[in-house]
Design a protein around this ligand. Structure first.
Ligand code: CAA
Length: 236
């Protein structure tokens, strides 16, 4: 999900933090290639930009294998790919439910599953998954909320399982971050939410990326199994 929005913002931030190498995945081939060019232009060193549908287990395994072959190892995984198919639950179709769970939750499983053994073998790993405050309930988002709540439970479990293997696993729950996904909600709804927000604004992608960089850093070696709300004091 790194061709735009939060995923791209996090990738840009990792470039600025001078990580050794970076691989970005997205199901939109043209967009991910353009994002890769942008990261290289920022001086991102080795940047792999790969088309991949994270809901496809086999495709993810193949792509992660290519990344490991290229870089030697994967130390940090950010699970960010996410889609919405908002509808009141009584109007929600099975297709809308499955599409969201397939990308948001199964995508997180697929990516994590394909890197976990390498991290265990090397005794080091940082896994950060982007959840959402929708996990705590949000009208029109039963599918999305279920997928994001599951991610939080998944990370908390992985944190316990990885604790003696040098692996930390955490989630971040953004509320309203200024992305195209946010701007797709009905305009009057968004306007009202901003007026009601304690900071009277959405969060920026870079503010969210700061939380991600922290959880992926050596500074966060004793922070594992948390869900860090990044909300500007909404819903705390
Ligand atoms: N609580 C209870 N009932 C509510 C409600 C609320 N907050 N809001 C609306 N309703 C009711 C309405 O009063 C209406 O009731 P009646 O049928 O009895 O009149 C009913 O729900 C349906 O309302 P609409 O006609 O507006 O329904 P709709 O089907 O056209 O649209 C919706 C509903 C899809 C939920 C739409 O309002 C919407 O898109 N809302 C935004 C959802 C949202 O927050 N998305 C977040 C996207 S960003 C993101 O996901 C990132 C992240 O991590 C946060």
């Amino acid at each position: 999900g790194a061709a735009q929005g939060i995923g791209l913002g996090i990738a840009e931030r990792f470039v600025r933090e001078k990580v050794g190498g970076i691989a970005i995945l997205d199901w939109n081939a043209d967009a991910v290639e353009a994002a890769g060019e942008r990261l290289r232009a920022m001086g991102g060193g080795k940047v792999l930009a790969l088309r991949c549908d994270v809901s496809d287990y086999g495709a993810v395994a193949e792509v992660m294998g290519r990344i490991e072959a290229e870089f030697g190892r994967i130390d940090i995984l950010v699970n960010n790919a996410g889609i919405t198919r908002d509808a009141m639950f009584h109007k929600m179709t099975a297709e809308q439910w499955r599409a969201v769970v397939d990308v948001n939750l199964n995508g997180t499983f697929n990516c994590t599953h394909s890197v976990i053994n390498g991290m265990r073998d090397r005794g080091f790993g940082r896994i950060v998954s982007i959840a959402s405050t929708s996990a705590y309930g949000n009208v029109g988002q039963a599918n999305y909320a279920a997928s994001k709540a599951a991610i939080i439970g998944f990370m908390k479990t992985l944190a316990k399982e990885g604790a003696r293997k040098g692996i930390t696993a955490n989630a971040i729950a953004p509320d309203f971050i200024d992305t195209d996904m946010m701007r797709a909600v009905p305009a009057d709804f968004l306007e009202r939410r901003i007026l009601e927000a304690p900071m009277r604004r959405m969060g920026s992608v870079d503010e969210l990326a700061s939380a991600c960089v922290f959880l992926a850093s050596d500074e966060a070696s004793y922070v594992s199994g948390v869900c860090l709300d990044c909300t500007g004091a909404i819903r705390t």
